[in-house]
Design a binder for this molecule. Sequence first.
Ligand code: HEM
Ligand SMILES: [Cu+2]
Length: 568
Amino acid sequence: MAAQPVLVPEPAEALPDLDLGGDQGLLQWISSVDHKQIGIMYLWVALLFMLIGGVEVLLMRVQLAVPKNTFMGPEIYNQLFTMHGTTMIFFVAMPAIFGFATYLVPLMIGANEMAFPRLNALSLWITFFGGLLLYFSFLAGGAPDAGWFNYAPLNQYNYSFRPGIDYYCAGLLLAGIGTVSAACNFVVTILRYRVPGMGLKQLPVFVWMMLIDSFLIIFSFPALNAALAMLLLDRQLHAHFFDVQAGGSALLWQHLFWLFGHPEVYIVILPSFGILSEVFAVFSRKPIFGYSFIVGSGIAIGLLAFGVWIHHMLAVGLGNVVNGFFSASSMLIGIPTGIKIFNWLATMHGGSLRFSTAMKFAVAFLVEFTIGGLSGIAFAIVPIDLQLTDTYFVVAHIHYVFIGGTLFGLLAGLFYWFPKMSGRQLSERLGSWFFWLFVIGFNGTFLVQHVLGTLGMPRRVYTYPDLPGWGTLNMISTIGGFLMGAATLLLVYMVIKAIRSGPAATSDPWDAFTLEWSTASPPPLQNFDRVVPVRSARPFRDLKRPGDADWLKPGKKEGYHEREQSVD
Ligand code: HEM
Ligand SMILES: [Cu+2]
């Protein structure tokens, strides 16, 4: 079963004679339909917008550093927090996820391309142009200023007559179309283009999570896209969908938004769960503990994600029965999430751990994401939510899950896959500096916001009174923010330095398990000309250690019993 026929959507014309390791020039990049180049461009888009969103938030933190500050006024502040949140979710987290997935999914399933390479390029470019369109609002008379959730009636023309909200609608609609088309591409690629022998039970966990993720996108983004189109009709053609005075419903916006918005928070966390599952296994030198539980709980999270959106609306007065139901369903999500945490801990247990920078971020994730999960459960308790909603406690929760969860996962992925993507090794020494600077800055910024929230400091305000403790805690938060800013610059420096002059990486620097490591670093234009036989979820490891392949062990389920062999 050695030389498999390569099961890939081969391009109709011969492949251009390209060496992806070389310097190809800008025109080649922007006209590319190669999934690896598109993946890398997605990552650059994410980095670009992360720097912009980062500058926005640092300006906000300067304004909040001391009470009664007059550094900026409320108009600018509202635009900044709206643009910060919108940018980070739609133009940083999503492109970063798609960057990794576009690059890795075909490689991990032994394919040479995405199912629809041209659609893949289209998805990237309209996402990017959606971001540009959103930012064009600054030049067109003012950015949107009603928050990333853009609630009615604030989003209505008579409350926000500048064109910012129109750009919000147009930019997100454009990006939304790119997102849905990318998700369709992943579903077809994963279901149709796996190498022979790779059943669904042999899919790498990251690919599984991207499959679930894509379905979440396909079912949730239409709610947002519809709401955005309706809002444009409201604003441009006086349709009154969300205008209470004319018989519309402001709550309708919230329902549509959170019907999208809650699944969205799982859309951005599931890929990180996938990345971490790869990282924990490889850096513990063990198979992932409880593969089917990891996958199954991912599916459970995906299904539950659609049944909890009202926990974002517990304070709007839908009544005790509705609130009680959604409170309970929200807490259920803690169960599959807890299962995953347990499985990762069990994967590390008894393994021979290697604390590379990727693994450091994975372990830090366990701590920070658990803090974010616990504050989430606290919010799901209605009386607590009524006290804490719209305070800084929410800001703390969001960031523990987004940064301590999503971003830490993505950073673990960056340090893990960078050698594969670039053919260069990132400096572990600078990586360690970056890690500590970032983790300290992150906790400095957001841990104290739990306290600010319980003290009653409202979120989305441009200044605050001089009450006992508020100034000090805010100052700590601002200093933490600047530490994260410094860490981000260090990351950019590291990446550029490694690309220019980093030590060359081998094809398999971590002694990894999955197929992407069986090809060169960086992979050639045609990923594989021969694909290894796949019989387990660790096909590349099976190949490297034929005598000890997973499928040779009689009666072995995944897990645990492998401790003896794991010391290699
Ligand atoms: C254990 C799982 C989780 C539970 C039970 C939970 C629960 C909640 C609740 C009840 C709120 C509403 C708080 C309020 O506005 O009063 C909330 C807000 C939020 N959560 Fe979570 N959450 C969980 C995980 C996550 C994850 C994984 C993410 C993202 C990666 C996330 C992102 C957010 C965001 C962005 C908001 C604020 C939305 C806004 O008003 O702008 N949460 N969460
Ligand atoms: Cu939610």
